[in-house]
Write a protein of this length. Sequence first.
Length: 321
Amino acid sequence: MSLDILNPVLSVMAKGMEGKKILLYGSNNLGKTYQASRLEKPYFIAFEKGLAARPGIPFAPINKWSEFTKIVKQFEKKPEAKDLYKTIIIDGADVMARYCEKYICDTYNVNRIKDGNKGYGLWSEFETELWEQLNKFLSLDFTLVFITHEEVDENGKATPKGNKRLMPTIRDNCDFTIYLKSNGIDDDGRTVKSSAYLAETDEYFARSKFEYGDTYLEEFTAENLKKLVVDAVKRQEEAEGIKAVTYEEQKEVNSSESQDFDSLMNSIKETGKKLIDEGKLEIMNEVVEKHLGKDKKVTGCTPKQLDVMSVILDDLNDLLD
Protein backbone atom coordinates (compact mmCIF):
# COMPACT_ATOMS: atom_id res chain seq x y z
CA MET A 1 0.00 0.00 0.00
CA SER A 2 1.45 3.34 -1.06
CA LEU A 3 0.87 6.47 0.99
CA ASP A 4 -0.96 9.04 -1.11
CA ILE A 5 -3.35 11.51 0.54
CA LEU A 6 -5.01 12.21 -2.81
CA ASN A 7 -5.76 8.53 -3.31
CA PRO A 8 -6.36 7.31 0.23
CA VAL A 9 -6.84 3.73 1.30
CA LEU A 10 -10.28 3.17 2.81
CA SER A 11 -10.57 1.35 6.11
CA VAL A 12 -12.46 -1.93 6.19
CA MET A 13 -14.05 -4.11 8.84
CA ALA A 14 -13.25 -7.80 9.20
CA LYS A 15 -15.86 -10.39 10.03
CA GLY A 16 -15.43 -13.18 12.56
CA MET A 17 -13.13 -13.55 15.55
CA GLU A 18 -9.81 -13.62 13.68
CA GLY A 19 -7.64 -10.64 14.45
CA LYS A 20 -9.88 -9.36 17.23
CA LYS A 21 -8.26 -8.24 20.49
CA ILE A 22 -10.13 -8.79 23.73
CA LEU A 23 -9.43 -7.76 27.32
CA LEU A 24 -11.22 -9.72 30.05
CA TYR A 25 -11.11 -8.54 33.64
CA GLY A 26 -12.83 -8.89 36.96
CA SER A 27 -12.32 -10.49 40.37
CA ASN A 28 -11.41 -14.14 41.00
CA ASN A 29 -13.43 -17.23 40.02
CA LEU A 30 -15.48 -15.63 37.26
CA GLY A 31 -14.60 -18.06 34.48
CA LYS A 32 -12.13 -15.78 32.71
CA THR A 33 -9.49 -18.46 32.12
CA TYR A 34 -11.96 -21.32 31.72
CA GLN A 35 -14.05 -19.65 29.01
CA ALA A 36 -10.96 -18.29 27.23
CA SER A 37 -9.62 -21.85 27.08
CA ARG A 38 -12.82 -22.85 25.25
CA LEU A 39 -12.23 -20.41 22.41
CA GLU A 40 -11.07 -21.86 19.09
CA LYS A 41 -7.65 -23.60 19.19
CA PRO A 42 -6.24 -21.75 22.21
CA TYR A 43 -2.63 -21.31 23.29
CA PHE A 44 -1.93 -19.82 26.71
CA ILE A 45 1.00 -17.60 27.64
CA ALA A 46 0.68 -18.15 31.35
CA PHE A 47 2.10 -15.42 33.54
CA GLU A 48 -0.44 -16.68 36.06
CA LYS A 49 -1.00 -20.31 37.01
CA GLY A 50 -4.68 -20.42 36.05
CA LEU A 51 -4.88 -23.72 34.13
CA ALA A 52 -4.57 -26.11 37.08
CA ALA A 53 -8.18 -27.26 36.70
CA ARG A 54 -8.19 -27.24 32.89
CA PRO A 55 -6.05 -30.14 31.56
CA GLY A 56 -5.06 -30.63 27.95
CA ILE A 57 -4.62 -26.95 27.01
CA PRO A 58 -1.39 -25.99 25.15
CA PHE A 59 0.47 -23.38 27.17
CA ALA A 60 3.84 -21.86 28.04
CA PRO A 61 4.50 -21.32 31.76
CA ILE A 62 6.26 -17.95 31.93
CA ASN A 63 8.78 -17.51 34.74
CA LYS A 64 10.96 -14.79 33.21
CA TRP A 65 10.70 -12.11 30.53
CA SER A 66 13.00 -13.84 28.07
CA GLU A 67 10.57 -16.78 27.91
CA PHE A 68 7.79 -14.44 26.83
CA THR A 69 9.93 -12.85 24.12
CA LYS A 70 10.94 -16.29 22.83
CA ILE A 71 7.31 -17.39 22.55
CA VAL A 72 6.32 -14.22 20.68
CA LYS A 73 9.29 -14.63 18.33
CA GLN A 74 8.26 -18.20 17.54
CA PHE A 75 4.76 -17.07 16.63
CA GLU A 76 6.34 -14.42 14.38
CA LYS A 77 8.74 -16.83 12.68
CA LYS A 78 6.69 -20.03 12.39
CA PRO A 79 3.73 -19.62 10.01
CA GLU A 80 2.77 -23.26 10.58
CA ALA A 81 1.57 -22.17 14.04
CA LYS A 82 -1.54 -20.82 12.28
CA ASP A 83 -2.56 -24.43 11.60
CA LEU A 84 -2.32 -25.32 15.28
CA TYR A 85 -3.75 -22.26 17.00
CA LYS A 86 -6.38 -19.59 16.42
CA THR A 87 -6.41 -17.85 19.80
CA ILE A 88 -3.50 -16.70 21.96
CA ILE A 89 -4.29 -15.84 25.56
CA ILE A 90 -2.07 -13.92 27.96
CA ASP A 91 -3.23 -15.05 31.39
CA GLY A 92 -2.06 -12.68 34.11
CA ALA A 93 -1.53 -9.56 32.00
CA ASP A 94 -1.35 -7.50 35.21
CA VAL A 95 1.95 -9.15 36.19
CA MET A 96 3.67 -8.92 32.79
CA ALA A 97 5.35 -5.66 33.70
CA ARG A 98 6.95 -7.18 36.80
CA TYR A 99 8.82 -9.72 34.67
CA CYS A 100 9.93 -6.97 32.31
CA GLU A 101 11.04 -4.80 35.21
CA LYS A 102 13.17 -7.62 36.66
CA TYR A 103 14.67 -8.20 33.22
CA ILE A 104 15.74 -4.55 32.97
CA CYS A 105 17.12 -4.58 36.51
CA ASP A 106 19.12 -7.74 35.82
CA THR A 107 20.36 -6.36 32.50
CA TYR A 108 21.75 -3.22 34.15
CA ASN A 109 22.73 -5.00 37.40
CA VAL A 110 20.57 -2.97 39.77
CA ASN A 111 17.99 -3.96 42.38
CA ARG A 112 15.32 -1.46 41.39
CA ILE A 113 14.46 0.44 38.21
CA LYS A 114 14.89 3.75 40.01
CA ASP A 115 18.46 2.85 41.05
CA GLY A 116 19.81 2.65 37.51
CA ASN A 117 21.34 5.32 35.30
CA LYS A 118 23.19 6.95 38.20
CA GLY A 119 19.99 7.45 40.16
CA TYR A 120 17.94 8.85 37.27
CA GLY A 121 16.25 5.51 36.79
CA LEU A 122 15.81 3.13 33.88
CA TRP A 123 12.22 4.08 33.12
CA SER A 124 12.91 4.84 29.47
CA GLU A 125 14.62 1.48 28.94
CA PHE A 126 11.78 -0.26 30.77
CA GLU A 127 9.07 1.46 28.71
CA THR A 128 10.89 0.79 25.44
CA GLU A 129 11.31 -2.93 26.13
CA LEU A 130 7.73 -3.27 27.33
CA TRP A 131 6.32 -1.42 24.32
CA GLU A 132 8.46 -3.22 21.73
CA GLN A 133 7.51 -6.70 22.91
CA LEU A 134 3.85 -5.82 23.43
CA ASN A 135 3.72 -4.27 19.95
CA LYS A 136 5.12 -7.49 18.46
CA PHE A 137 2.47 -9.49 20.28
CA LEU A 138 -0.33 -7.16 19.15
CA SER A 139 0.86 -7.59 15.56
CA LEU A 140 0.34 -11.36 15.57
CA ASP A 141 -2.36 -12.66 13.23
CA PHE A 142 -4.51 -14.43 15.81
CA THR A 143 -7.43 -13.68 18.08
CA LEU A 144 -5.61 -12.14 21.07
CA VAL A 145 -7.04 -12.28 24.59
CA PHE A 146 -5.67 -10.57 27.69
CA ILE A 147 -6.84 -11.70 31.11
CA THR A 148 -6.31 -9.55 34.18
CA HIS A 149 -7.85 -8.75 37.54
CA GLU A 150 -9.72 -5.64 38.56
CA GLU A 151 -8.66 -2.75 40.75
CA VAL A 152 -10.63 0.19 42.06
CA ASP A 153 -9.54 3.73 41.23
CA GLU A 154 -9.78 6.81 43.43
CA ASN A 155 -13.42 7.24 42.43
CA GLY A 156 -14.39 3.72 43.43
CA LYS A 157 -14.61 2.56 39.81
CA ALA A 158 -13.44 -0.90 38.72
CA THR A 159 -10.71 -0.80 36.05
CA PRO A 160 -8.33 -3.39 34.54
CA LYS A 161 -5.42 -3.99 36.90
CA GLY A 162 -1.92 -3.48 35.58
CA ASN A 163 1.17 -1.31 35.41
CA LYS A 164 0.39 2.25 34.28
CA ARG A 165 2.97 1.91 31.52
CA LEU A 166 1.40 -1.32 30.26
CA MET A 167 -2.36 -1.48 30.79
CA PRO A 168 -3.34 1.69 28.87
CA THR A 169 -1.58 0.29 25.77
CA ILE A 170 -3.38 -3.03 26.09
CA ARG A 171 -6.73 -1.40 26.76
CA ASP A 172 -6.44 1.10 23.90
CA ASN A 173 -5.57 -1.62 21.38
CA CYS A 174 -8.37 -3.99 22.33
CA ASP A 175 -11.60 -4.10 20.34
CA PHE A 176 -13.48 -5.24 23.44
CA THR A 177 -12.80 -4.51 27.10
CA ILE A 178 -15.13 -6.79 29.04
CA TYR A 179 -15.91 -6.47 32.73
CA LEU A 180 -17.08 -9.69 34.37
CA LYS A 181 -19.30 -9.76 37.42
CA SER A 182 -20.27 -12.67 39.66
CA ASN A 183 -23.87 -13.92 39.91
CA GLY A 184 -23.18 -15.91 43.07
CA ILE A 185 -24.52 -19.44 43.51
CA ASP A 186 -27.86 -21.11 42.76
CA ASP A 187 -30.20 -22.91 45.15
CA ASP A 188 -28.10 -26.06 44.83
CA GLY A 189 -24.94 -24.22 45.83
CA ARG A 190 -23.44 -24.27 42.33
CA THR A 191 -21.71 -21.29 40.82
CA VAL A 192 -23.87 -19.34 38.40
CA LYS A 193 -22.04 -18.24 35.25
CA SER A 194 -20.75 -14.66 35.37
CA SER A 195 -22.29 -11.82 33.38
CA ALA A 196 -20.28 -9.68 30.96
CA TYR A 197 -20.53 -5.92 30.50
CA LEU A 198 -19.23 -3.99 27.49
CA ALA A 199 -20.30 -0.41 28.16
CA GLU A 200 -18.79 1.96 30.69
CA THR A 201 -20.71 3.06 33.78
CA ASP A 202 -19.81 4.89 36.99
CA GLU A 203 -19.22 1.46 38.53
CA TYR A 204 -16.75 -0.03 36.03
CA PHE A 205 -14.81 0.60 32.81
CA ALA A 206 -15.86 -1.43 29.77
CA ARG A 207 -16.30 -0.78 26.08
CA SER A 208 -16.70 -2.13 22.57
CA LYS A 209 -15.35 -0.47 19.44
CA PHE A 210 -18.28 -1.96 17.53
CA GLU A 211 -21.25 0.39 17.72
CA TYR A 212 -23.91 -2.22 17.02
CA GLY A 213 -22.65 -4.90 19.38
CA ASP A 214 -24.46 -6.05 22.52
CA THR A 215 -23.27 -4.36 25.68
CA TYR A 216 -24.36 -7.14 28.01
CA LEU A 217 -24.15 -10.93 28.18
CA GLU A 218 -26.22 -12.51 30.89
CA GLU A 219 -24.06 -15.62 30.69
CA PHE A 220 -20.40 -15.19 29.84
CA THR A 221 -19.35 -18.19 27.77
CA ALA A 222 -16.99 -18.71 24.85
CA GLU A 223 -19.97 -19.38 22.58
CA ASN A 224 -21.82 -16.24 23.65
CA LEU A 225 -18.68 -14.13 23.25
CA LYS A 226 -18.13 -15.38 19.70
CA LYS A 227 -21.79 -14.76 18.85
CA LEU A 228 -21.55 -11.22 20.23
CA VAL A 229 -18.56 -10.44 17.99
CA VAL A 230 -20.10 -11.99 14.87
CA ASP A 231 -23.45 -10.29 15.45
CA ALA A 232 -21.82 -6.88 15.99
CA VAL A 233 -20.25 -7.02 12.53
CA LYS A 234 -23.42 -8.33 10.84
CA ARG A 235 -25.57 -5.60 12.37
CA GLN A 236 -23.18 -2.90 11.21
CA GLU A 237 -23.22 -4.35 7.69
CA GLU A 238 -27.02 -4.22 7.65
CA ALA A 239 -27.33 -0.79 9.29
CA GLU A 240 -24.69 1.00 7.21
CA GLY A 241 -24.87 -0.95 3.98
CA ILE A 242 -21.24 -1.98 4.10
CA LYS A 243 -19.56 -5.28 3.32
CA ALA A 244 -17.24 -6.85 5.87
CA VAL A 245 -14.12 -8.53 4.49
CA THR A 246 -11.98 -11.43 5.60
CA TYR A 247 -9.22 -10.78 8.09
CA GLU A 248 -6.62 -11.48 5.40
CA GLU A 249 -8.15 -8.78 3.20
CA GLN A 250 -8.22 -6.33 6.11
CA LYS A 251 -4.59 -7.10 6.89
CA GLU A 252 -3.61 -6.37 3.30
CA VAL A 253 -5.40 -2.99 3.44
CA ASN A 254 -3.62 -2.09 6.69
CA SER A 255 -0.18 -3.11 5.50
CA SER A 256 2.34 -0.52 4.40
CA GLU A 257 4.57 -0.57 1.37
CA SER A 258 8.14 -1.45 2.24
CA GLN A 259 11.41 -2.36 0.57
CA ASP A 260 14.02 -4.75 1.81
CA PHE A 261 17.44 -3.42 2.79
CA ASP A 262 19.23 -4.23 -0.45
CA SER A 263 16.58 -2.79 -2.77
CA LEU A 264 16.31 0.36 -0.64
CA MET A 265 20.08 0.82 -0.66
CA ASN A 266 20.17 0.37 -4.43
CA SER A 267 17.38 2.94 -4.88
CA ILE A 268 19.31 5.48 -2.80
CA LYS A 269 22.49 4.85 -4.80
CA GLU A 270 20.64 5.27 -8.10
CA THR A 271 19.03 8.52 -6.93
CA GLY A 272 22.39 9.72 -5.61
CA LYS A 273 24.04 9.10 -8.98
CA LYS A 274 21.34 11.16 -10.72
CA LEU A 275 21.84 14.03 -8.23
CA ILE A 276 25.60 13.97 -8.80
CA ASP A 277 25.01 14.12 -12.55
CA GLU A 278 22.84 17.20 -11.89
CA GLY A 279 25.62 18.82 -9.87
CA LYS A 280 23.81 18.48 -6.52
CA LEU A 281 26.41 16.54 -4.55
CA GLU A 282 26.70 19.16 -1.81
CA ILE A 283 22.97 19.45 -1.14
CA MET A 284 22.66 15.67 -1.27
CA ASN A 285 25.31 15.36 1.46
CA GLU A 286 23.42 17.92 3.54
CA VAL A 287 20.29 15.76 3.41
CA VAL A 288 22.21 12.66 4.48
CA GLU A 289 23.95 14.46 7.35
CA LYS A 290 20.64 15.92 8.50
CA HIS A 291 19.30 12.42 9.11
CA LEU A 292 22.42 10.42 9.99
CA GLY A 293 24.78 12.98 11.48
CA LYS A 294 27.97 14.70 10.38
CA ASP A 295 30.35 12.69 8.19
CA LYS A 296 27.93 9.74 8.11
CA LYS A 297 27.10 7.97 4.86
CA VAL A 298 24.11 5.93 3.78
CA THR A 299 26.44 3.09 2.81
CA GLY A 300 27.20 2.73 6.50
CA CYS A 301 23.57 2.04 7.40
CA THR A 302 22.44 -1.33 8.73
CA PRO A 303 19.15 -3.22 8.18
CA LYS A 304 17.88 -1.75 11.45
CA GLN A 305 17.88 1.69 9.80
CA LEU A 306 15.34 0.93 7.08
CA ASP A 307 12.98 3.63 8.31
CA VAL A 308 15.51 6.46 8.19
CA MET A 309 16.81 5.19 4.86
CA SER A 310 13.27 5.43 3.47
CA VAL A 311 13.01 9.05 4.66
CA ILE A 312 16.37 9.87 3.11
CA LEU A 313 15.29 8.39 -0.22
CA ASP A 314 12.09 10.48 -0.20
CA ASP A 315 14.08 13.65 0.50
CA LEU A 316 16.63 12.85 -2.21
CA ASN A 317 13.90 12.20 -4.76
CA ASP A 318 12.47 15.66 -3.96
CA LEU A 319 15.79 17.17 -5.11
CA LEU A 320 15.63 15.66 -8.58
CA ASP A 321 14.70 17.97 -11.43
